[in-house]
Design a protein around this ligand. Sequence first.
Ligand SMILES: [Zn+2]
Length: 44
Amino acid sequence: MAYRCFFCGKEIKDESIKKKVRCIYCGSKILFKDRSVTTKVKAR
Ligand SMILES: [Zn+2]
C-alpha cells in the first residue's frame, strides 16, 4: 500500500514510513492512503 503526500502529491511507499509518518520529500505529516491509484473505470 502506498501513501500520497497532501502537499507535494508524491507517492510514499509504505516501507518508507515505518515509524515516522511523514513525507520523505517535503517533510509534511499529512498523508493519505493512495487507494485509487488507477481512477480509470473499467467498462467490462
Ligand atoms: Zn510531500
